[in-house]
Design a protein around this ligand. Structure first.
Ligand code: CP
Length: 337
């Protein structure tokens, strides 16, 4: 069963009912995430946050989400600051840390590592990204964002048309998102990548066998021509043998305002899990798109807090108690959302 007391290790644990439930709770988190109200529903609870790879959005938004529900965060970043550097196993680490926490969020560079950790944990574990494998909470916030952006355009998730662009081989966000989209009907997915960085075959086959339309191409212009969403990704340099090898692909698919105007339908939504690579020679999403109202990347990162608050509320089984423990904020807040 997904939710009260369960681990979240793979997006495959979700069915449509669970997605609907999560999004219904996420919608209710808005006054808290937007600092209009505070709730103390998780007063006394502790999140163990363990990030063994760099992270800005996932780590901070998990922590913010827990704090916004009234809980506290104990954080570890990097192997060198834990006893794993002295040879302690993931199982023993999990056994110990789950004695200090009520729920644990974890990122690790090895595929399957978070599931291995969860086997030793006495509390729910949430996968914040395990190597090139999965990033389930990113897929959930991506889908929440797609749903919201489509609703503004009078469209729904069934019959969605999406282009995923860039490093589809190592990009764990597109792996999880592709699997999540299989829950919907008649989805069309254009997969735009260099031949060497194609989406893993099993994921393409899952999409196709589910009756979805899949186009694989190495042409950006072809891939982005007839879609509702362009979902751009960074070359996952950290998964390559060397920086020089990553350089072979960096900057191959750059979306800028000129290309957008020439090839995308009007109002095509632009998304990216972030970070976008803004270095010279990369720039898969040009900064000249920053004034384009269809650029949803920062609405997307804001939504990470709503979705992660909802996940904590459901896993710790307090979703129906949040408003009972709430009040208006005391301080003046300019509207930032
Ligand atoms: N999207 C994402 O996972 O970003 P971070 O690496 O900054 O957490």
């Amino acid at each position: 069963m997904l939710f009260p007391g369960s681990h979240l290790l793979s997006i495959s644990q979700f069915d449509r009912g669970a997605v609907d439930r999560l999004f219904e709770v996420a919608d209710r988190m808005r006054p808290y995430a937007h600092r209009e109200r505070v709730t103390r529903v998780l007063d006394g609870a502790i999140l163990g946050s363990m990030f063994f790879e760099p992270s800005t959005r996932t780590r901070i938004s998990f922590g913010s989400a827990f704090n916004l529900l009234g809980g506290e965060v104990r954080e570890t970043t990097g192997f060198e600051s834990t006893a794993i550097a002295k040879g302690e196993s993931l199982f023993d680490t999990a056994r110990v840390l789950s004695g200090y926490s009520d729920v644990i969020a974890m990122r690790h560079p090895a595929e399957g590592s978070v599931a291995e950790f969860a086997q030793g944990s006495r509390v729910p574990v949430i996968n914040g990204g395990d190597g090139a494998n999965e990033h389930p909470t990113q897929a959930l916030l991506d889908l929440y964002t797609i749903r919201s952006e489509l609703a503004d355009r009078g469209r729904t998730l069934d019959t969605l048309r999406v282009a995923m662009v860039g490093d589809l081989r190592y990009g764990r966000t597109v792996h999880s998102l592709s699997r999540l989209l299989q829950l919907f009907k008649g989805v069309k997915v254009n997969l735009v990548s260099p031949p060497e960085l194609k989406m893993p075959r099993e994921i393409v086959e899952e999409l196709a066998s589910g009756g979805h339309q899949v186009l694989e191409t190495d042409s950006l212009e072809v891939g982005i021509a007839d879609v509702d969403i362009v979902y751009s990704t960074r070359i996952q340099e950290e998964r390559f043998a060397s920086r020089a090898e990553a350089d072979l692909y960096r900057g191959r698919f750059r979306l800028n305002q000129v290309i957008y105007t020439a090839h995308c339908e009007p109002n095509t939504v632009i998304m990216h899990p972030l970070p976008r690579d803004s270095r010279e020679g990369a720039q898969e999403l040009d900064v000249d798109l920053n004034d384009n109202p269809n650029l949803a990347i920062f609405r997307q990162s804001d939504n990470g807090v709503l979705v992660r608050m909802a996940l904590f509320a459901l896993i710790l089984d307090v979703a129906e108690q949040i408003d009972d423990h709430s009040r208006r904020v005391n301080w003046y807040t300019e509207r930032r959302f």
